[in-house]
Write a protein that binds this ligand. Structure first.
Ligand SMILES: Cc1ncc(C[n+]2csc(CCOP(=O)(O)OP(=O)(O)O)c2C)c(N)n1
Ligand SMILES: [Mg+2]
Length: 582
């Protein structure tokens, strides 16, 4: 039969279960958009800027586990979208980047939007494809989607030439079968035996460290932690993979950027089992800890094993598959719960540690503005345990990481390894489309809001009830606070004033001001009611960042300690001199 390229692509998207195509149309892909208008399975979502399209597809996957598509015009559409694609690439988030290309049927030069797109996308995608014929469109898109989901997930780009969209092609849908997805790698028996031996050697005190790669292994992880009576630390992305109300949950991270109790407990462990993580710079607060050795490192991607910290044992495997094999091996060794008993001393120290963090926070409440932990605690209470939070590059991510207590993965979506500002609002829109049943709360920095806050118009036009809390400190705090510490002054990090409410009104979204702790309960409850009634809301929060996060304090300490002595002295002298002069 004969189908246009637009129809063929739509059929491939529908076959992949891609329900949303985020983007802005252009002359090159109007045929595709026309086909999408009639597609029952895939819906185009118009954004205000393509960078948001990437963040939306990202938030959609992190919240729902389903693949989405970024639908781009050549050149300008792709370059706008690069930030979102790169975030997905570094954070291990799959997406189909459906680019379109210039005419290839004639050789005219200087065509509209013509740049070498595949060269630009290559370093931030797992692969790029340019189907040579109309008949290739369907299988290539299916192949790209399978690749995006496999191994460490990530973006994959397919460039469809305008010629292929416009023309009709002779195809045979009867032969359009998807290739079966490759099975995840199985851990070798000997490797599992060695892991079990290291974890249960006489006197061994394991520490578990888990990342997003272990998101599908929550039950297995819980069983292992209890069986080994091992404390569990998570990466930022891995937050919630291990339930944080559990008495063995230590902290997000465990080094210089963690509170003293978590640091001390981790230091006393004698072996680390790291699953589904990569020890990235942000995840480790600038490599602020060394995992207690020996390190057993398990990940589906062999390239990450032992990359930043030498691994005694590197195992390429899916987390759940490995944990089940390990459990069977521990059965044969009759390893139970350290003699059938919970380690009450360890559990007591963890619980006292969390209590002391809480007491310290209480002691540093803001006098006249909103204290971060008071806000975050109220958000969890009013919006409930199913809530999905999005955060942005800035203080918000680290506050959320330290203050939220999450029971499941996919509840805190944050731009971590690429750390691109502008993520929170569009990711919240993607998350809400992916999980319409779950409340969605965005924590956006005021600087970040200036980048992608106009997507509130998208939320309003789609009737998506997301609650956006703008952390309004009037600065680019995550940078300003480093500048203040190191240089005793702030350069280009104080924001010009703007009126958040007027922005909300301009895009047809209700807004509320939140000035101080005493109003937190009332305002959060009001915001929750507005979203429960099906409408988005923007809350302008006068946040008080005076109390630094553990993360920020740890990063400053670690980076300073890494400097040669000469530079340390120079930094201190400069800051002191400036202080005396001011
Ligand atoms: C696109 C981009 N530009 C610049 C940065 C550097 N940067 C990291 S955090 C930050 C400050 C963010 O300010 P804001 O959104 O107000 O959040 P805050 O830290 O004040 O809560 C900046 C400028 C970045 N990560 N991403
Ligand atoms: Mg700010």
């Amino acid at each position: 039969m004969k189908l246009t390229g637009g129809d063929i692509v739509v059929r491939a998207l529908e076959a992949e279960g891609i329900r949303f195509a985020f983007g802005i149309p252009g002359t090159h892909n109007i045929e595709l958009y026309d086909a999408l208008e009639d597609a029952p399975g895939t819906r185009p979502v118009l954004v205000t800027d393509e960078q948001s399209a990437g963040f939306m597809a990202d938030g959609y996957w992190r919240a729902s586990g389903e693949l989405a598509c970024v639908n781009l015009v050549p050149g300008a559409g792709l370059t706008h979208a690069l930030s979102g694609i790169a975030e997905a690439f570094m954070d291990g988030v799959p997406m189909l980047v459906l680019g379109c290309g210039i005419r290839r049927e004639h050789a005219r030069a200087y065509q509209l939007h013509d740049i070498d797109q595949l060269a630009i996308a290559a370093p931030i995608t797992k692969a790029t494809f340019r189907p040579a014929t109309g008949a290739e469109l369907y299988p290539v898109i299916r192949q790209a989607c399978a690749l995006a989901r496999s191994g460490t997930p990530g973006p994959v780009m397919v460039e469809v030439s305008i010629d292929h969209y416009l023309a009709r092609h002779e195809v045979d849908p009867a032969h359009w079968a998807a290739k079966p997805e490759p099975l995840p790698p199985l851990p070798g028996r000997e490797a599992v035996r060695r892991a079990a031996a290291l974890l249960t050697a006489p006197g061994a005190k394991p520490l578990l460290y888990v990342g997003l790669g272990a998101r599908g292994a929550q039950a297995e992880l819980l069983a292992l932690a209890e069986r080994l009576e091992a404390p569990v630390s998570a990466t930022i992305q891995g937050k919630g993979v291990f339930p944080e109300s559990h008495p063995l949950f230590l902290w997000t991270g465990f080094g210089a950027a963690a509170p003293p109790f978590a640091r001390e407990i981790a230091e006393q462990r004698t072996v680390t089992l790291a699953i589904g993580c990569r020890f990235s710079e942000v995840g480790t607060a600038s490599y602020s800890f060394t995992p207690p050795g020996p390190l057993i490192h398990v990940d589906i991607n062999p390239d990450v094993l032992g990359k930043n910290f030498p691994a005694e044992l590197g195992i390429t495997a899916d987390a759940a598959v490995f944990l089940r094999a390990l459990s069977a091996e521990l059965d044969t060794r009759a390893v139970g719960r350290s003699g059938g008993q919970a380690d009450q001393d360890l559990r007591g120290r963890i619980s006292a540690g969390h209590a002391s963090v809480g007491a310290e926070r209480e002691a540093h409440r803001s006098a006249d503005r909103v204290t971060p932990f008071v806000l975050l605690e109220a958000l969890q209470r009013h919006f409930g345990p199913e809530t999905i939070f999005t955060a942005d590059s800035g203080n918000g991510t680290f506050l959320a990481m330290e203050c939220l207590r999450l029971e499941r993965p996919g509840r805190l979506l944050a731009p971590v390894d690429y750390s691109c500002m502008g993520y929170a609002v569009p990711a919240a829109i993607g998350a809400k489309l992916g999980r319409p049943d779950a409340p969605v709360v965005a924590l956006a920095g005021d600087g970040a809001l200036l980048m992608t806050g106009l997507e509130l118009l998208t939320a309003a036009s789609l009737g998506l009830p997301v609650a956006v809390f703008v952390l309004r400190d009037r600065e680019l705090a995550q940078i300003a606070q480093f500048q203040a510490t190191a240089f005793n002054r702030r350069t280009a990090s104080v924001l010009p004033d703007f009126h958040v409410g007027s922005l909300a009104e301009a895009v047809g979204v209700e807004w509320i001001g939140l000035e101080q702790d005493a109003e937190v309960d009332e305002v959060v409850a009001a915001a929750q009611r507005i979203t429960a009634a099906g409408r988005p809301v923007l809350v302008d929060v006068a946040i008080d960042y005076a109390e630094k996060t553990w993360f920020t304090r740890g990063v400053v300490k670690t980076m300073f300690a890494r400097l040669p002595w000469r530079d340390r002295i120079r930094f201190v002298l400069r800051a002191v001199t400036r202080k005396l002069r001011s």
